[in-house]
Structure formats: structure tokens, C-alpha cells
Design a protein around this ligand. Structure first.
Ligand code: ZN
Ligand code: ZN
Ligand code: ZN
Ligand code: ZN
Ligand code: ZN
Ligand code: ZN
Ligand code: ZN
Ligand code: ZN
Length: 346
């Protein structure tokens, strides 16, 4: 018997009278949670699914004794406990495992051994120390989060390992699983902005938009004209010196100057939040600004300000800029690009 949604909700609390008592459907799923789980059709219970860590938005299970335990009815409650011959790791059997337990059972070591990589082997997402479920290989240190394990590989046969001339590794064409959200490992934007198709690179541990898989390995860039920039990928955190955002993963890098630029800023295509594009397309070299009306301000990189003994912060936000700024040479005053284009009421 399927309860309707209002009954299912009411019965998560003890009924007030015998007459109101309606049966709630309870189910056991010991590999996911060690208490009995109650089914609900309600779309608005809130909370994140303990399997995929995404928000509950439909029929789901919850634990009457653990207030934070929710599991999507589909596909999270129904994911397999074991997967064999998965296209991303066909050689061994994968077992559904608790990420928290994996993190705490891994031997402490500060060596940089590849063997100790504890994140998704497909998209590089770090596992959540607060929980979540992942697939771990029974025989070797390979891990994969649930949403990557359930990427659709229906196109695999015809397009499998189709190389992009600009990406050094074999790429696997996939379609997103419509129940999950995926972001591009390279530009961090949702996969949907280029339809639902994406490439997986198991060497880079990256899910990529088609356009991101085709990024040039080397480019001349107007925001760093002195040297060519090289596409660089590592699991380090870096600060983009154009937009001051902190990123992990792909960047354009000048080794000589230790200059970093994230791929959105480097891309000369118009995209949301692409300050690099704005800088190149819209900016004049010299502007007037309400916050410093007495003189014109000149566009330059903040490293050029270091010639002064005393480095001053941005005149608007009072933070020390690491990117591009507009500077008044007479007053040794500057404003970073982000602040220069915020709206100020005089
Ligand atoms: Zn889920
Ligand atoms: Zn529980
Ligand atoms: Zn993943
Ligand atoms: Zn394995
Ligand atoms: Zn991308
Ligand atoms: Zn790659
Ligand atoms: Zn940037
Ligand atoms: Zn340089």
C-alpha cells in the first residue's frame, strides 16, 4: 500500500489518537543505514541525501531516530552494493562504502604517494569527512563517488577514447545522469551549460565540457603579454591573479613570473563571471572613477605597485589586491578591478 504524502508526513510523529493511525512504510537497507527507514513522498522535507550529498527533492527515505539521515528514493536508495566491470575500472569489483569510514581507516602518511589519493578517481571531488557514500575498489586504491559511477556511458561504444587533438589523454564521452548535478573540473561551471554531454579523463581525474577538453596547451594572453601561458593541471590551490578567486585544478600558468589565471578568466569567450573577458573586451586603459574623481586611473597589474616602499590596500575594499587594479600615479592610490565596477552612489 502506498500512503499519500500527507499521511506519510503525519505519521513520522506519534499519532495523537488511535483513529489517526495510518501505516508508515518502513524498510531496512543495512548497507546504507543501520536503523529502519521510513518512506515519504513529500518533496519539501529539506536536508541532503547521505548517499549523494545533494538536496532531497522528491520521494525519499528518512530515519525516525537520526534527524539528518535522508536518502533519495531513486537512484540513491537503489544503488548497487557491488559493481562489476564498471567502464571506468573494469578490472576489479567496486563496493559501496561509507566515505567517513574510509577516511578514518586510511593510514596516516605525509608521503605524496598516488596510492593514498582519497577522492573520486573520475572527478577529483574530495570525499566528505561528514559522510556520504562512495564506491571503493576491493583490490586497489581506486574510489569513485556515486554520481560518477552512475554517469551514462551509452555512447561509449562509438566514441570511447576518442582523442581530442588538444588534450593529451584518452577521453571518454559520457552523458550526465539526470538525477545528479555535475560541474566541470576545469572551469567549475555546471555541465548543463553545454548540453548534458561531458568528457571524463581518468588521467586528469576530470569531468570536462567539450570546450574545456579542447583548451589550448599554450596561449599568448593580452593580460600577461610578456610570456606565453601554459595550461597546467595539478591538485594545488591557486589564486587567480585576474579575479582574485581561489581555484583548484586547471589554470594557465607562467612559470617565470609565478603568474596564475583561471581558465574562465583566460578564455576570451564571454561567460558568466569572466573578468578576464571583461578586462580584454570592455576596459579602457585609463578610467575616471567616482571614488577618486580628481585624477584619471591607469590599468595595471598589482605587482607593478610594489615599487613603492609602502604597499597600500585597495582604496575601496581596503584588501591587498593580487590582481589587476586601476592606479592613480600622482596619489599612489588604487582600486582593484572588482571594486572599480561595483555600483557606488555618490
Ligand atoms: Zn541521493
Ligand atoms: Zn538512524
Ligand atoms: Zn566523481
Ligand atoms: Zn581496482
Ligand atoms: Zn568547463
Ligand atoms: Zn587528461
Ligand atoms: Zn580569475
Ligand atoms: Zn610571465
Amino acid at each position: 500500500m502506498e500512503p499519500d504524502s500527507s499521511d506519510a508526513v503525519r505519521n513520522l510523529h506519534p499519532p495523537e489518537t488511535e483513529a489517526e493511525e495510518v501505516e508508515v512504510i518502513y524498510t531496512d537497507r543495512p548497507t546504507l543505514h543501520n536503523h529502519r527507514l521510513a518512506f515519504s513522498n513529500n518533496f519539501n522535507r529539506g536536508g541532503d541525501c547521505v548517499v549523494c550529498k545533494q538536496q532531497i527533492t522528491g520521494p525519499h527515505y528518512s530515519c525516525p531516530s537520526c534527524p539528518k539521515v535522508f536518502i533519495h528514493h531513486y537512484p540513491c536508495f537503489e544503488v548497487s552494493d557491488h559493481i562489476q566491470h564498471h567502464p571506468f575500472h573494469p578490472q576489479h569489483t567496486l563496493t559501496l562504502s561509507d566515505a567517513h569510514a574510509l577516511i578514518h581507516s586510511s593510514p596516516d602518511s605525509d608521503t605524496d604517494s598516488e596510492d593514498l589519493y582519497l577522492g573520486c578517481g573520475v572527478c577529483s571531488n574530495d570525499f566528505d569527512a561528514d559522510g556520504g557514500y562512495v564506491y571503493s575498489c576491493d583490490e586497489c586504491p581506486f574510489y569513485m563517488d556515486v554520481k560518477c559511477a552512475y554517469l551514462s556511458l551509452t555512447n561509449c561504444k562509438s566514441h570511447d577514447h576518442q582523442p581530442s587533438p588538444l588534450h593529451r589523454h584518452p577521453l571518454i564521452l559520457c552523458d550526465k545522469n539526470k538525477n545528479f548535478c555535475y560541474n566541470c573540473t576545469c572551469c567549475d561551471l555546471p555541465i548543463e551549460i553545454e548540453g548534458g554531454s561531458l568528457y571524463a579523463c581518468l588521467q586528469c581525474r576530470a569531468l570536462l565540457h567539450k570546450s574545456c577538453a579542447n583548451l589550448p596547451q599554450k596561449m599568448e594572453h593580452p593580460l600577461h603579454p610578456s610570456h606565453p601561458l601554459v595550461l597546467f593541471y595539478d591538485c594545488i590551490l591557486f589564486t587567480c591573479q585576474v579575479c582574485s578567486g581561489i581555484f583548484q585544478g586547471f589554470c594557465y600558468h607562467c612559470f617565470e613570473c609565478s603568474f596564475y589565471m583561471d581558465v574562465c578568466c583566460a578564455s576570451l569567450k564571454p561567460k558568466e563571471n569572466n573578468k578576464g573577458y571583461k578586462l580584454c573586451a570592455d576596459l579602457q586603459n585609463v578610467i575616471g572613477h567616482l571614488l577618486h574623481p580628481q585624477h584619471f586611473l591607469r590599468f595595471r597589474h598589482s605587482s607593478r605597485l610594489f615599487k613603492f616602499d609602502q604597499i597600500l590596500p585597495c582604496g575601496a575594499c581596503l584588501q591587498y589586491s593580487r590582481g589587476f587594479v586601476f592606479e592613480c600615479e600622482q596619489c599612489r592610490w588604487h582600486i582593484d578591478v572588482g571594486c572599480a565596477f561595483k555600483k557606488y552612489t555618490p
